[in-house]
Design a protein around this ligand. Structure first.
Ligand code: NAD
Length: 415
């Protein structure tokens, strides 16, 4: 058995939730595995004239509440179990935010850093050629995730439209705004996370303007989180990291400078006035808030006991293993669980679907106001459920989400 297999972790979390909610066996049997899994061989003509075949996946975990929704990840370590886990978390996330959507996820095993723009375009289009019969605006709607971009979403939407013979903007979200994207989608994941951090800080009587924050991951989620921590809270971001390592300055980083440095050199490492630290050290710094915004399984039973922060905000999917969760809970660390903390992305993706259907587009203020309302409501539902059942915030989130999915399955006559 793979150590910390993410799909086994989602199943374990579901079984724990089933105990909390006293769920019937047939409900658990329906929810412990994906409803549909597609695996495809994706052929791509490389710049040097050779053909290369990549492995791709697209999974619908559960669609009882509506069309499946979930991103596409391009990563060298992608596995079907990672995609299964992410599809499960998408199901719980959509349900928790009360969106009329199910959960899905996709991925391709590839290293984007070794591919040219032309190869990335052909890979994106070829992937859609392989899976287009299994997706659609009212079936399954993909979006960006790790190492995929709005430009790739544009190529994928264009390919789907070409294959189906009509413009189908609603087949994918996270598109550039010029072709049916929503304003506010770029920073939606981080902004939604900020709203949950603000609500948590109120519960814990933490003054965010005095808070020190460390952020692991400096991509879409992490870099916007760094900017917004300063802009919204006037908090001090003292450390950030990317796949090459981390940087630290106890007096606070100059985030605009770090962004410039990353754009120029490809990494945050060696940004001016910083000391280099490891990705593990980022998580163990003496700060008030840790924002995990990279990949899964970074907080385990080995390092959970070393976390000194009061709040752990999980912008990444699955950063904490179940054993680590127990340690954090015992140590009184307030965890804002992934499918609550990072739900801003899917929420604005849902707004993008609504705008595509209406062919009428909202302002940034309208998007952000609606996002804020949804995030605040979800945060307090999770907090209240964790108190009601005397469980972790993660189990609180599971209990709200899974009970909505289970109820819908009963009403539709599936169980
Ligand atoms: P991204 O590709 O924009 O950035 C990923 C970042 O993680 C990069 O800075 C990369 O250098 C860093 N990274 C990669 N491997 C690392 C490692 N081993 N240690 C430390 N850092 C590492 O991806 P993103 O969209 O920002 O996604 C980050 C996380 O947030 C993922 O778990 C993703 O599933 C989750 N998420 C993203 C969205 C979204 O809308 N983008 C929505 C929900 C959840």
């Amino acid at each position: 058995m793979e150590k910390n297999n993410p799909f086994e972790i989602t199943q374990k979390q579901l079984y724990m939730c089933a105990k909390v909610l006293n769920l019937e066996d047939d409900v658990v049997r329906m929810l412990e595995n994906p409803m549909q899994q597609v695996q495809v061989s994706v052929p791509v003509k490389m710049d040097n004239g050779t053909m290369k075949v990549f492995q791709g996946f697209r999974i619908i975990y559960n669609n009882v509440l509506g069309p499946a929704k979930g991103g596409i990840r391009f990563h060298p370590d992608e596995t079907i179990d990672t995609v299964r886990a992410l599809a499960a978390w998408m199901t719980w996330k959509s349900a928790l935010l009360d969106l009329p959507l199910g959960g899905g996820k996709g991925g391709i095993i590839c290293n984007t850093k070794e591919l040219s723009q032309g190869e990335l375009e052909r890979l994106s289009r070829s992937y859609i050629n392989c899976i287009w019969k299994f997706i659609g605006p009212d079936v399954d709607v993909p979006a960006p995730d790790v190492y995929t971009t709005p430009q790739m979403m544009a190529w994928m939407m264009d390919e789907y439209s070409r294959l189906s013979g009509k413009n189908q903007f609603g087949v994918i979200t996270g598109k550039p705004v010029q072709i049916g994207g929503s304003v506010g989608r770029g920073d939606a994941t981080a902004l939604g996370g900020m709203y949950t951090i603000r609500e948590a800080a109120k519960e814990l009587c933490m003054d965010l303007s005095q808070a020190k924050i460390a952020i692991q991951g400096f991509g879409n989620a992490g870099s916007f989180a760094a900017r917004l921590s300063e802009q919204l809270f006037c908090a001090k971001v003292v450390a950030v990291s990317d796949s090459k390592g981390g940087i630290y300055n106890p007096d606070g980083l100059n985030i605009p400078e770090v962004l410039k440095h990353k754009a120029k050199t490809g990494s945050v490492i060696n940004a001016p006035c910083t000391q280099t630290i490891t990705n593990d050290e980022v998580l163990e710094l003496p700060v008030d808030i840790i924002i995990a915004a990279a990949l899964q399984n970074v907080i385990t039973k080995e390092n959970a006991g070393n976390i000194k922060a009061t709040i752990l905000a999980e912008l990444a999917n699955g950063p904490t293993t179940p054993e680590a969760d127990e340690i954090l809970y015992a140590n009184g660390i307030h965890v804002i669980p992934d499918f609550l903390c990072n739900a801003g992305g899917v929420t604005v993706s849902y707004f993008e679907m609504v705008q595509n259907m209406y062919m009428f587009y909202w302002t940034a203020e309208e998007v952000n106001e609606r996002l804020e309302r949804k995030m605040i409501k979800a945060y307090h539902e999770v907090f209240d459920a964790s108190r009601k059942y005397n469980v972790t915030m993660r189990m609180g989130a599971y209990s709200v989400a899974v009970s909505r999915v289970a109820e819908a399955m009963k009403i539709r006559g599936w169980v």
